[in-house]
Design a protein around this ligand. Structure first.
Ligand code: ADP
Ligand code: MG
Length: 339
């Protein structure tokens, strides 16, 4: 007797959710990345009870065409890539078409969107993968996604969530890294009715670092910049007097995407040489720009790990630029007074 059968859509989406949607912070990341991909200049993130009661992301991006809204919740449906060639030069943060269907499979999700140039929009609610409401809406251009009852139908996931403070810290971390990658976008994070983080969106990276780590710390960071054949790097790194005992305060961005890449953060540390004590790490943010053909973001579903070609060229460049910048600092010890 045949034993193989196809999984239902809902079950397939819940399985996909297991990979991409681990906790409230993953929902925030996916929704805010969608807002960024939609060219939003303002992204507001609202959480109640650390996301257990509500996660809402409001953007002023280009919105979704009314007829496309149901498709946005279909797995592997995306507006961001078309073909194999596109996959190798992804510039958007998303491209898998998995986030919305995954989120909607494990929560009660309402999406309201109005496309630029359209007189009205559409409000669409999906609970546990089923459409429970679908009606026209009028309001503003852009998209609002509200996620309630996260993991209500996946008890194991729900149980695995940590204390609200811990979940909230993870959300804050996600929003901070996005803000560092996109200083020209204004991010706001509201927690239980209070604004706990806000960036100006004026393109000033050092100001975003000040928003996150405090003005005093940001004043001890200096600009670094340089380029080689395939790479262009720029950012702010702390002087050796300002260090931390973990790499968590050092944000590495590849084409604006926050990544965890040991060789890159190691190259930064190498650039400090003996100026850093063993086990200490600088603070700051470094953006690496390169041809998307040289980076494979498809290694990991959450896209936090990437594979780089010409990695040796990049680490050599970083080491050289950091070392030269710090040497310059020794020559003019008072240069920072003017920051
Ligand atoms: P992906 O981002 O990988 O394409 P998602 O499931 O996150 O997949 O989103 C599906 C599609 O819905 C996107 O490709 C995009 O066209 C649309 N979309 C989602 N969120 C937004 C938003 N905030 N603004 C505009 N379009 C959006
Ligand atoms: Mg997405």
């Amino acid at each position: 007797m045949p034993k193989i059968h196809e999984l239902s859509n809902l079950l397939a989406n819940q399985i996909a959710a297991g990979e991409v949607i681990e906790r409230p912070a993953s929902v925030v990341k996916e929704l805010a990345e969608n807002a960024i991909d939609a060219q939003a200049t303002q992204v507001q993130i609202v959480l109640e009870n650390a996301g257990q009661d509500l996660i809402r992301v409001i953007d002023n991006g280009q919105g979704i065409n009314r007829d496309d809204i149901p498709l946005a919740f279909v797995r592997h449906a995306t507006s961001k890539i078309q073909n194999r060639q596109d996959l190798f030069k992804v510039m958007s943060l998303g491209f898998r078409g998995e986030a919305l269907p995954s989120i909607a499979a494990v929560s009660d999700t309402t999406l309201t969107s109005q496309e630029k140039g359209s007189a009205n929009g559409r409000q669409y609610e999906i609970k546990g993968g089923e459409v429970v409401e679908d009606q026209p809406s009028t309001g503003r251009i852009g998209t609002v996604v509200s996620v309630r009852s996260l993991f209500y139908n996946t008890p194991a996931r729900l149980k695995y969530l940590k204390r609200p403070q811990t979940e909230m810290a993870k959300v804050t971390d996600v929003v901070n890294r996005l803000a560092l990658g996109y200083p020209e976008i204004s991010f706001q994070l509201d927690q239980d009715g209070r604004t706990v983080f806000k960036t100006a969106g004026n393109g000033n990276l050092q100001q975003v670092l000040a928003n996150i780590y405090g003005r005093q710390a940001a004043q001890k960071m200096v600009p670094v910049a340089g380029e080689s054949e395939h790479f262009k790097i720029s950012g702010f790194l702390s002087l050796p007097e300002l260090t931390r005992s973990s790499r968590d305060y050092l944000t590495v961005l590849v084409n604006h995407r926050f990544v965890k890449n040991f060789s890159v953060s190691n190259a930064i540390v190498q650039g400090y040489g003996s100026k850093l004590m063993v086990g200490r790490f600088p603070m700051g943010a470094l953006n690496i720009e390169l041809d998307p053909l040289l980076v494979d973001v498809n290694v990991h579903p959450q896209k936090s790990e990437i594979r780089l070609s010409s990695e040796g060229e990049l680490t050599a460049l970083i080491e050289k630029v950091v070392r030269a910048r710090l040497a310059q600092e020794n020559l003019i010890p008072d240069a920072l007074e003017n920051l």
